[in-house]
Ligand binder design. Structure first.
Ligand SMILES: Nc1nc2c(ncn2[C@@H]2O[C@H](COP(=O)(O)OP(=O)(O)OP(=O)(O)O)[C@@H](O)[C@H]2O)c(=O)[nH]1
Length: 645
């Protein structure tokens, strides 16, 4: 029997759990309200149930169940049916600054809370199903803990140490309560629970595998998106580079400094085609800017007389290679890059001049933004020398995974990184793992009920079988008793011979025209045996004589019975007198040969035998009478002899 103190312990644990979750909500940030609030409501409904207020407990449990069911549905319903925004709208009041997908309790925790609150709503024998629900809830929360601590699933379950403690206290309280209540149901429940839990464990393992696969695929998709953007950016830069190179080569065959008008005309055409190019300049071999065509009114920094420009021109004129003045800020155009292309004359002589381009990176990157279809799902950043050049897309609730690629332009390297939002990652997830988990859970529940009722029926059936066996044993004992009583009614217990009643029945059935004989056997001086050797020895003598007399009589087809006291009677139907006399003589001799002590004579025990025979139909009573008279005569004549009528 459980200790009586255990009655109050679950209530105390539930109160502690409520306290823990309230403390967390009071001191932690808003984002914990979703899980904290739900756990608090579950704890409250369990407290009401333990305070013996089932109706109030049900009133609180029902809305909690609806809320938790909504969480579970958000895992089940594909995003194409109800999207992220819809769910977020639904839970906006709870979320504060948070995002629904990141802050809702995980599937396992939502199910754990449902399993805890469900027994309060079951009208029909909740104690039968509650042990399984409690065990599955424990399994789910332990799995969640492992998922969170061991596997990095890029998913915030919302389970903090404080809310975890609150949940553990609720589960412990439930387990103690169930331990108290189960009583006689414990055995069938234990077996059914073992079977159902096996199914749940297998389902959890499958779910874990599927979920991991799914998350891997989702993350892979984010990686692919990063690669796609980098490729797009690389292509845009390559087109730009090609155009600038072609423009530079276009001046190869023209001597000296380009004509003013020609430069302006061709330069304007290029500016029109490529809006990212802010300015185009011509530097002669003395590294002086001779021609310039630009969008703004001011000369960009890429064309100015500064060390970076000098270094780039040195690259062009000194080594005949493309140079770069690096990234700089230009007024109005923000970030720009200066690129310098040598203009060769075709022979081996050094460059005749250099065409300088000022490329607006801001405009270039905005073109990338225009071509991005899903700016809301990612944060895209471009860095150069650890300097942020460009940033677009969402910057709230981003996944921790970032995918970066390196892109080069005129010897300058840019790092393009994409970071998907949590909403995007969750939208890409399939609902298959959640469906699998719920199907497995439903199957386990059904198996539990089937096994439980099977066990109950089996125990009832074995009860009936036992009762039947007891009844059969009793009937058999009574039949044996009856047979014994019947046997005793017709036999003598001491000598095991038929008694007088059976003898009379037997003979009356066998009286026919064949005739027959009656033999009366009496032990001589039997009283002296009893008196001097004791009744026990007398009984033994009676048994010995009965045994010796029985065999020859039965060999003649007759029946020997105990007639009374130390006297035996035999009927031998259809046997003639000579044969009967021979039989009697044989009995007499064999009794002597037993060598039983006879204290009266000092010799061996003897018997006297009287015989009467009849030819044809006879009267047994009269035959016995005459045999008795013959016996009397045998006694009178000195005993130990056979006398016929
Ligand atoms: N031990 C024992 N003695 C019995 C039983 N039934 C009868 N007796 C005894 O048998 C004796 C019969 O004695 P009696 O009728 O006087 O005859 P007897 O002593 O045999 O003498 P005779 O018949 O004249 O030779 C009595 O003492 C009875 O008590 C029994 O079942 N067991």
């Amino acid at each position: 029997m459980p200790h009586p103190e255990l009655r109050r312990l679950p209530l105390l644990l539930s109160l502690l759990s409520l306290l823990a979750v309230c403390l967390e909500m009071a001191f932690a940030d808003d984002s914990r309200y979703l899980l904290g609030g739900t756990t608090a409501l579950v704890a409250f409904s369990l407290i009401l149930r333990r305070l013996q207020c089932p109706r109030s407990a049900r009133l609180v449990s029902l809305p909690v169940l609806v809320l938790l069911a909504l969480f579970v549905l958000s895992f089940l319903i594909p995003d194409s049916w109800i999207g992220y925004e819809r769910w977020a709208e639904l839970f906006d009041a709870w979320l504060g600054d948070g995002e629904f997908y990141a802050l809702r309790p995980s599937l396992l925790i939502s199910l754990t809370l449902i399993l805890l609150v469900l027994p309060s709503l079951l009208f029909w024998r909740p104690h039968l199903i509650a042990p399984l629900l409690c065990m599955v809830a424990v399994l789910f929360s332990v799995t969640q803990l492992f998922e969170q601590l061991i596997f990095d699933l890029n998913e915030d379950s919302g389970l903090t140490p404080m809310s975890g403690l609150a949940l553990a206290l609720l589960l412990l309280a439930e387990a103690i309560d169930l331990h108290r209540q189960l009583g006689r149901y414990r055995r069938p429940i234990r077996l059914a629970k073992a079977g159902a839990l096996l199914v749940v464990v297998i389902t959890l393992a499958l779910w874990h595998f599927q979920n991991g696969q799914n998350l891997y695929q989702v993350n892979h998709l984010a990686l692919v998106t990063g690669d796609r953007l980098s490729e797009l950016m690389g292509r845009m830069l390559a087109v730009q580079n090609d155009a600038m190179q072609r423009f530079s080569k276009g001046w190869q065959n023209e001597p000296g400094v380009p004509e003013e008008n020609d430069w302006a005309l061709r330069g304007q055409l290029l500016l029109q085609d490529f809006p990212d190019i802010a300015a185009i300049g011509w530097f002669d071999r003395e590294r002086r800017l001779q021609r310039l065509v630009n969008r703004g009114s001011q000369q960009p920094a890429g064309m100015a007389d500064n060390p970076a420009v000098k270094q780039a021109l040195q690259q062009v004129f000194g080594y005949g290679q493309q140079g770069s003045a690096g990234v700089f800020d230009t007024a109005g155009e923000q970030r720009s890059i200066g690129l310098y292309f040598p203009v060769d004359t075709g022979d081996q002589r050094p460059s005749r001049g250099a065409v300088a381009f000022t490329l607006s990176l801001s405009r270039l990157f905005h073109q990338l933004e225009d071509r991005m279809t899903d700016t809301n799902d990612y944060l895209v950043t471009i860095h150069h020398d650890r300097q942020l050049l460009f940033r677009t897309g969402r910057d709230r609730r981003l996944s921790e995974d970032r995918y970066c690629n390196l892109i080069t332009l005129g010897g300058n390297s840019f790092t393009l990184c994409t970071q998907p939002t949590m909403a995007r990652l969750f939208a890409e997830r399939t609902t298959l793992p959640a469906l699998l988990l719920l199907t497995g859970l439903a199957f386990a529940l059904m198996l539990y009920l089937v096994m439980y009722y099977h066990q109950r029926l089996r125990s009832k059936h074995s009860g009936v079988v036992n009762a039947n066996r007891r009844l059969r044993n009793e009937v058999e004992a009574r039949i044996a008793l009856q047979t014994e009583v019947e046997w005793l009614a017709r036999h003598d217990e001491l000598t095991q011979l038929p008694n007088r009643r059976y003898f009379m029945e037997w003979t009356s059935e066998r009286l026919d025209s064949r005739g027959g004989a009656v033999m009366l056997i009496d032990i001589d001086h039997f009283k002296t045996v009893n008196d001097q050797l004791g009744h026990a020895r007398g009984d033994h003598y009676l048994k010995c004589v009965a045994e010796v007399a029985r065999r020859p009589i039965e060999a003649c087809g007759g029946l020997l019975a105990r007639y009374g006291g130390e006297e035996f009677v035999a009927c031998l139907p259809g046997v003639e007198e000579d044969e009967v006399v021979l039989c009697a003589e044989r009995i007499r001799r064999e009794v002597q040969l037993l060598e039983l002590e006879q204290p009266h004579t000092g010799e061996w025990l003897t018997v006297s035998i009287g015989i009467d025979c009849a030819v044809g139909l006879f009267d047994i009573g009269r035959l016995i009478e005459t045999a008795d008279r013959a016996l009397y005569r045998a006694k009178q004549a000195g005993r130990d002899r056979v006398m016929t009528r």
